[in-house]
Write a protein that binds this ligand. Structure first.
Ligand code: NDP
Length: 471
């Protein structure tokens, strides 16, 4: 879909009633009914994920990034209930992150600054996919400028003017973790209440009948403040993805302060993250039509996930390299660089093919030949038929999610910068594999509901989900 200059769209609302699949007659979009197993899992995830982030923080900060060490300390007095209670006391007393004034000040100043950039920097208007209730929403696409301004100011003010140490994020990592958690939970509850009291697009809300599940996966599809301040795009892009490279940079400076130089592994890790993040912002308009924006509702999964999980768990490798510097041999450095850049090439090329075929309505060449497409239909509630298409040549003829192969390769390369002695830095590739495999399933259900027999035809023509001839 084209990006146009910022202007007030004539109407962003195409239809207000729930859209239905031409074939099934069911509403597409997130499932409405959930069973007790799903609800229990949602409750467990909301309760345990914050503890997991704290555990990883503790492992890195106090135990040289050994994942086993905090557990060994916990159980050092034995496994009886009393022994575990004492073990937990020891662990909490010496190693838990504590709330600090600086942590809260930094976090909320950062959040407000990003919100101001998001709201006031100039940007083009991009459009998302039509929602199940028939809205095609406008988004201000100014992420690249926000990223450049943020990094230029941070580097200029710290290294240039010496107003604060560039390691400031690393130095307040524990206090920031607490502040981010407070905000993540606040945002979850705020979004839940907003869905009832002041929804942005009430026909796009999904109520599952379970407070826990609604809190976890969200009720509102595209909660907004005013016309343009979109919760999903803002929280994923700004406190989430802009922070990613800034955190890594701060950790690289912390490594330099500790050992007097920056290792080639840290340089490569920063480089790969920069490539991934800058690509995200250059193609921010494309992101509007990915599953995050086109399918997920806004609950704990995204609000806490973007506030805490993304900045703290996606940067574990740089935290690791501060505590355990790795000097890569040059052959290994070359191999990991080539692996990462190949992954990036695949990731970008696959996503580009989908974008170009949709933008040209299939009138383009893919790998030098006219694109092969399945022309699809889906119906909105006023009985109107909308047309779309599914590409089934090029990368999209190899498998239905070949972009995930590229993402997994670059993720693996990021982990490989940390050597082979520890499990912790490999958390990212393990997590990405689980996340993307689960997405395959979720996307399949969504597209089956939306496109019905056209999707079945696509699955027949392209039978593999991710890796050709394997899966
Ligand atoms: P996709 O970009 O593959 O989007 C899937 C959607 O594209 C489908 O729902 C459908 O939507 C449309 N589609 C499916 N098949 C076709 C086809 N053959 N031709 C045209 N359109 C099709 O998936 P994601 O949104 O999950 O991922 C986007 C990128 O982001 C990926 O490269 C992924 O690796 C990456 N990613 C990174 C994460 C991270 O944390 N680092 C997390 C998740 C993703 P419709 O028809 O409704 O438009």
């Amino acid at each position: 879909m084209a990006v146009t200059q910022r202007k007030r769209p004539q109407s962003d609302k195409l239809d207000v009633k729930p859209a239905t699949s031409a074939q099934t007659g069911k509403t597409w979009g997130r499932a409405r009914d959930v069973g007790s197993f799903t609800i229990t899992c949602s409750a467990i995830i909301m309760a345990t994920c914050p503890l997991m982030v704290v555990y990883f923080w503790m492992a890195c900060t106090s135990f040289q990034c050994s994942l086993a060490a905090p557990f060994e300390k916990l159980t050092s007095r034995g496994f009886s209930l009393v022994a575990l209670e004492h073990g937990l006391e020891d662990l909490v007393k010496d190693n838990f992150p504590t709330p600090t004034k600086e942590g809260f000040q930094l976090y909320f100043a950062w959040l407000l600054f990003q919100a101001a950039l998001y709201a006031f920097l100039p940007g083009k208007i991009g459009y998302g996919q039509m929602t199940p209730a028939g809205y095609t929403l406008p988004y201000v696409v100014n992420g690249l400028l926000a990223w450049v301004v943020t990094h230029a100011l941070f580097i200029g003010a710290s290294l240039g003017l010496g107003l604060f140490p560039a390691s400031i994020i690393h130095d307040h990592w524990g206090g920031l973790l607490i502040a981010a958690n407070v905000y993540g939970y606040f945002l979850t509850i705020f979004s839940y209440l907003k869905a009832y009291i002041a929804p942005s697009h009430k026909e796009d809300r999904k109520f599952s009948g379970s407070i826990v599940y609604d809190m976890f996966m969200g009720i509102e599809f595209n909660p907004r403040l005013g016309k343009y301040f979109d919760f999903k795009l803002f929280h994923n892009g700004r406190p989430g993805i802009v922070a990613w490279t800034l955190i890594n940079f701060s950790f690289a400076v912390a490594q330099w302060q500790r050992i007097g130089y920056v290792t080639n592994s840290m340089v490569l890790l920063n480089f790969l993250h920069w490539v991934y993040v800058i690509d995200f912002f250059i193609n921010e308009d494309w992101y509007l039509r990915t599953i995050d924006i086109a399918h997920d509702h806004f609950g704990f999964y995204l609000s806490w996930g973007d506030s805490v999980w993304l900045p703290f768990m996606y940067t574990l490798q740089s935290h690791f390299l501060v505590r355990n510097p790795v000097d890569m041999s040059w052959p290994w450095f070359t191999f990991v660089s080539v692996l990462g850049l190949s992954g990036y090439y695949i990731f970008r090329a696959v996503n580009h093919q989908k974008d170009i075929v949709r933008r040209t309505d299939g009138h383009c060449k893919i790998w030098g030949r006219p694109a092969k497409v399945i022309r699809t239909e889906f119906i909105t509630s006023d009985g109107k038929t909308h047309k779309s298409l599914l590409l089934c040549s090029g990368f999209w003829g190899l498998s239905r999610h070949f972009n995930y192969v590229g993402d997994l390769l670059i993720s693996l390369a990021m982990c490989l910068t940390c050597g082979s002695g520890y499990l912790l830095p490999y958390f990212y590739i393990i997590y990405m594999t689980i996340l993307l495999m689960q997405r395959v399933h979720r996307d399949h259900e969504r597209c089956k509901g939306k496109y019905g027999k056209f999707w079945e035809e696509y699955c027949r023509v392209v039978p593999y989900a991710v890796i050709p001839y394997v899966f």
